[in-house]
Structure formats: C-alpha cells, structure tokens
Design a protein around this ligand. Sequence first.
Ligand code: GZL
Length: 316
Amino acid sequence: MFKNLNFEVKSKTKTPTKQLILGFSQIGSESAWRTRNTQSIIEAAKENNIQLIVDDAQQKQENQLKAIRSFIVYQVDVIAFVPIVETGWDNVLKEAKDADIPVIIVDRQIKTDPGLYAGFLGEDSISEGKKAADFLLSKFKNTTRQKINIVEFSGTTNSSVAIGRAKGFRNVISKDPRFNIIHSEDGDFLRSRGKEIMDKIIYNSKGYLTFNNEPIDVIYSHNDSMTLGLLDSLKANKLSSKNIVIVSVDAEQKSIDELVAGNLNCVIECNPNLGPALMELTKQICRGEPIARITYMHESSFTENDDFSKYTARGY
Ligand code: GZL
C-alpha cells in the first residue's frame, strides 16, 4: 500500500489537461484508523484522477521532512501531510512556499506561521476530548461517589491530537471536583503500548485495579488501538473490564464490538475518511481558489445507552 519512492525531476508544464499531482506524507500505519485514513486518500485520488504520491514515514518526523523535500524537487502541484508532532516544520514549509507549492495540513495540526500553509483538514480533537468528559459527567451524575479516579492512556507526546484530546477532556472534567486524573502515560497510539501500560498497572495493583494504592474508576484512552491493548492485558490477566468505566476515541469496528459486548462504555468517533474532502481542496487550490483555513469532519459518539441494532459497519 505504501512505498518510499525514488524521485526524478520532471519538467512541470501547467497545461489545462495536465493531471494534478498530489504529494502526501503519511505518518505510518500505527492503527486501523490510520490505515483507513490512507486508504480513503488513495481511493479518492483514483476517483478524482489525481496522481497521488504517498510516502510512509514509519512514525519518524525526519522521514516526513525528506518526503516533503522530495515532493518539492518533483514539483508536485500540492503537498499534503499529517504532521506526526506539532513543531519542527517551519523550514520545510518555507522551502515549499519558495517553490510555490501550496501545502494542506491533514488530520493533525501544527504550530507554525499560518502563512506557510493553505489550510487544515481533519478532526477537532479538543471537541473529542470534551465529548469523552461529557459522557463521564453524565454517567456519574447521580452517584454519591465523592472521588472518581481516572487513568489516561495518552497519544503521542507533542501530537496535536493528544494535546487536544487531553485539553478538551480536562476543560470539562474539571467542572466536577470529584474527578481526579491520578495518572497519565504516553501509549503512542499503539496497541502494544496500551497492553504494556495496563500490564504494569495490574502488576502494581493492590486489589482489582489501583494506581499508587488509589482505586482506578475510569480509563480514558486517546485511541482504540491503546484501548484494545489494555483490554488484551485485562483478558490475559483474567480480569473483567466491566468493573471499570472505559472511554475510547476513534470508533474502529473492533472498539464498537467491545462496546456492544459491554467491555467499553463510550467510544468517540474520529473520522478517518478524509480522502474526498482532501481531493476537493486540492482541486480548489489548483483552480487558484483560496481554501478554508480549517475544515473539520463530522463526528459522532457511541455509548452503552445506544440502541446497538441501529449501528452500521464501520469499514475499518
Ligand atoms: C486522529 C489521529 C490519531 C488516531 C489514532 O486524528 O491522528 O492517530 O486517533 C492515530 O488512531 O494513531
């Protein structure tokens, strides 16, 4: 699906019938969400007759910088990329601007001079974090519990998504003093890391599930891959997940299946299907039209209170 391409410089003549070339740097394939995200872009490029050059950065920012510089040498019409972390993009974006190649930021946001890119297409991670907390406020509204302890499985440090999901969550949960985040750990959006973190918690627990001798009441996980990993750990240790409230983000099929099975309580959707919108923005730019600074995708939530018979297949 992915290939790191060798580039040779091609003369780029802008003729009306010229097929548009989009250079896309993807961070990797760390989750089913990411794989679907890539597929959506590949499918949409084909449907729009746009030549797509996809590079898989294997989770390394330096590989993304190399790929973007290769797209510049290749003189693609538009560059799009998912910034694995928020910072470190200023120089390469200046090089793209000097080469008169517009850039679209996809999925995750960056901290840079806004004049260095055309616009952002992706998810509102702060809103996703808010929705996760809203569910908990509602879930515990009528309980007499005076202390509700939360452990957070965080996404990649310095990624805008982990920062946003943490910020949105805390903005809401702080409204109720009963809630305490007693531990937060970077699981890098990986299933293996989710299992490792949970294995360590279980190993050090006194009784069912504790952290530093405090009972854990809630787990908030920034993505389904880490959630599936923590469920792997509970299952391997013959511990039920039904005695703890678990909220996850992405809404991959496997996570929805665990919700229906009663092993999760709430799953916040993060929409990976950015392909069609990315192609529209690419064509808009190539027609010389400005694009919106921010384009958010529609997202919903799934909870234990839903009528599961109304659910449809997630497709990833
Ligand atoms: C979200 C995206 C995140 C997903 C994870 O916008 O950047 O990265 O939630 C993926 O599954 O690793």
